[in-house]
Design a protein around this ligand. Sequence first.
Ligand SMILES: Nc1ncnc2c1ncn2[C@@H]1O[C@H](COP(=O)(O)OP(=O)(O)OP(=O)(O)O)[C@@H](O)[C@H]1O
Ligand SMILES: [Mg+2]
Length: 373
Amino acid sequence: MRVPNNPFILSGYHSPKYFCNRKNELLWLEEQFSNERNIVLYAHRRMGKTALIKHFFYHLEKSKTASTVFVDLLGTSSMPEANKKIATAIVQKFGDFKGGIGQKMLAMISSLGATIGLDPLSGTPQVSFGLVKPTEVEKSMEAIGSFLKEIKKPVLIAIDEFQQITPYPEENSEAVFRAWTQEFPMIRFIFSGSHRQMMQTMFTDQNRPFYNSAQMLALDTIERSDYIKFIKDFFAQAKLKIKKETLEIIFEWTRMQTYYVQLVCNKLYGRGQSVTKELLMEVQQEMLNQEAPLIATYQQLLTDFQWRTLKAIAIQEMVGSPTSQEFLTKFSLGAASSVSSAMQMLLKKGFVVQENNQYTLHDTLLLRWLQQL
Ligand SMILES: Nc1ncnc2c1ncn2[C@@H]1O[C@H](COP(=O)(O)OP(=O)(O)OP(=O)(O)O)[C@@H](O)[C@H]1O
Ligand SMILES: [Mg+2]
């Protein structure tokens, strides 16, 4: 892979060099995996779940310890769609078609109802999956499992955005997935998701199929001193200076949400100058301006009152009790009951999250944007 022009990566994973810390998390993941335990990884959005999985996979593949498969369920809305994503990922991973398609692979492909054609450009075989009927999902998953079971190296499948399966129209989606993992006990799984609450209840509620079936890791922010060193070193290599105080401001402003730290640093680095407070302010403003169109669409998803409630929470940053008289009066929000139902909506739609008995906005840029209004 080529060396990136800017060391602060904004999408995906490059290599350990551009990945900060997560040493303890990596050790923990390795320990779970080497002891045949399934893993749940959850955190708020943009904290670095996907990148951490890719980082873990990088090491497993490099040391040839495991065969890794990455499936992203984002955008899927039914079991047949999830099935297709999984099947496609597996064929991509194991389908080395240069020497023809192996018997086992062929058997799996045909049982999935997929078709094999030739790529018109390269002439290599290509598999195209349609959607199986909902009634055939289990059979299809079974075929995938039977194929994977025969692979000599341990197989680790990461299913990212796993919370996505909860609202599928098939009411038994969790049960089907759970049965699948139980049927193939030698396949290891990482279930990852950005809806903390949903992931937590899915794996800790006694009445849910996945109850107590995996080891859970709540991904926290990156350790500050490590992040400071990581950032300073890249600036120094380009003969640019960035002060520790400036980094503290950045951490505060982004609340250590990894993607935003990366974005600020990427933009600052891109300016090619040593960083001053003024430059930082310019970059922050640029980020907020770029966010404006997205924020307009957010606003359309909410009623006027919900939006005002959201703004009040943003200004306060952390709110213990949004229905307290003090809060209602301070922001002229009227009746506690209206705020209470607005809060329910804001939580449900993921605008607001609850953390340590305090409410706050999920999205840091939206928070900063509302604060400057
Ligand atoms: N430890 C790290 N060091 C450097 N960059 C990182 C690190 N972790 C994540 N990033 C970067 O931060 C951004 C967000 O990370 P990632 O997409 O993994 O988050 P996520 O938790 O999966 O988010 P989402 O909930 O949106 O799926 C990416 O650009 C990624 O490259
Ligand atoms: Mg992700």
